[in-house]
Design a protein around this ligand. Sequence first.
Ligand SMILES: Cc1cc2nc3c(=O)[nH]c(=O)nc-3n(C[C@H](O)[C@H](O)[C@H](O)COP(=O)(O)OP(=O)(O)OC[C@H]3O[C@@H](n4cnc5c(N)ncnc54)[C@H](O)[C@@H]3O)c2cc1C
Length: 475
Amino acid sequence: MPTLLTPDICVIGAGSGGLSVAAAAAAFGVPVVLVEKGRMGGDCLNYGCVPSKALIAAARHAQTMREGEAFGIGAVEPEVAFGRVMRHVHEVIAAIAPNDSVERFTALGVRVVQAEARFVDDRTVAAGDFEIRARRFVVATGSSPAVPPIHGLDRVDFLTNETVFDLKRLPSRLVVIGGGPIGLELAQAYGRLGSQVSVVEAMTPLGREDAEASAVVIAALRAEGVAILEKTRVSSVERHGRSGVRVYVEGADGTTSIDGTHLLVAAGRRANVEGLGLERAGIAHDARGIKVDDGLRSTNRRVYAIGDAAGRLQFTHVAGYHAGLVARSLLFRLPVREKPGIIPWVTFTDPELAQVGLGEEEARRRHGTIRVLRWPYCENDRAQAERRVSGFVKLVTTRRGRLLGATIVGAGAGEMINLYALAVSRRMGVRDLAGMVSPYPTMAEIGKRASIAYFSEATRKPWVRGLVRFLQRFG
Ligand SMILES: Cc1cc2nc3c(=O)[nH]c(=O)nc-3n(C[C@H](O)[C@H](O)[C@H](O)COP(=O)(O)OP(=O)(O)OC[C@H]3O[C@@H](n4cnc5c(N)ncnc54)[C@H](O)[C@@H]3O)c2cc1C
């Protein structure tokens, strides 16, 4: 007989989203059960953001050594000890893991059940030796790598984000299927560590981003030697040699093949909804994930879905944002509404590409007449000193100057976007940005200069010039 637990809240999945809901509930003394079938911390800590950013950091060190010449420091080809690079990656995971551990959450007052959860009816979840009947459930089961139906893929060994951080030896030739953020971040990192990398993308690489900004990233990766094949479809794969792969691709130039020692599939994500017994609980879902309303409630009013499982923007900070909304609804019964338009995101290539709010095209479609304000990195003194002159800040505003969105491509774009995330969420205008005093010399001044560009038209208006001349008469 399973043991019956009757907490107020049951959270399924201990990733970025689930952990935050559980911690919030426990902080207010609300009984909460957290069910996790795998590693605490979910994808972000174990197979996603953390290991990828740690790998990218190591790769950047390697690249810095190659690029000393411009500073008068002899460039050297780094000796990459791949085993030690991977040790660094796992040390970073280990340093963060205690924050997400069973011990910490138990100490916070959360009952952690380490088992796979599935709904048995509309208000009960079974997990290991327990049955959990809660007032409310939060499904935060995340997502998994989508594996495209490519002929032969089931007969070769391939890597995904779940295995690529466990490699023991540096791939000498890595073929990446998928030119999205995950594929390109890893392609550049492995390239910088010494792999020969080819990326195959069926559509346009970074196709969801501002085209002008993604062109800067693609050019940078190509300049470093990453081969990026766009509008090229993988038709089949087969084993090649003892442990390699041959990837057949079809593009504008016809069919050709690429040989690799390793194959990485980074072709999108699918929400983890299978095996959850959603039908038994009356929870509707589709190919994207669990269907939720603006308050993140599913078709079963007792059940919320958050983070990657809700099939919207799939980022750690979105899972955290969802968790905050759901916590407010669960704990204080306040009405909540997700505002997708305030969510920023970053592709952590070098240069980084960051976006918040509307892109130029979308803004034009929705608002008709808009203002597009730009400033390039090469016009910034700090960027010149650092020799990081490629990229730009682009601000999109209404005619009257309210900020609709910001696109930044260049060094530190991921840090710089924070200001614009605040500005978009608070409906600020270019006057607010232009009135801010930025310390000199910082790259953040690039965005300020872009916002000042809004007023440059005024310097050409005859009546404004006339007014200035008139005022000069008064001494
Ligand atoms: C390579 C890579 C790099 C990334 N980099 C970034 C980045 O830089 N920035 C960013 O914001 N995002 C990044 N992401 C995305 C980010 O990792 C996810 O958006 C985030 O982890 C989603 O959090 P979540 O809580 O929804 O799900 P997860 O973190 O995936 O957690 C879900 C948890 O639920 C558990 N679970 C699933 N089913 C069950 C079940 N039936 N019973 C019990 N437990 C279950 C899983 O084991 C898992 O631990 C990256 C992703 C990848 C793959």
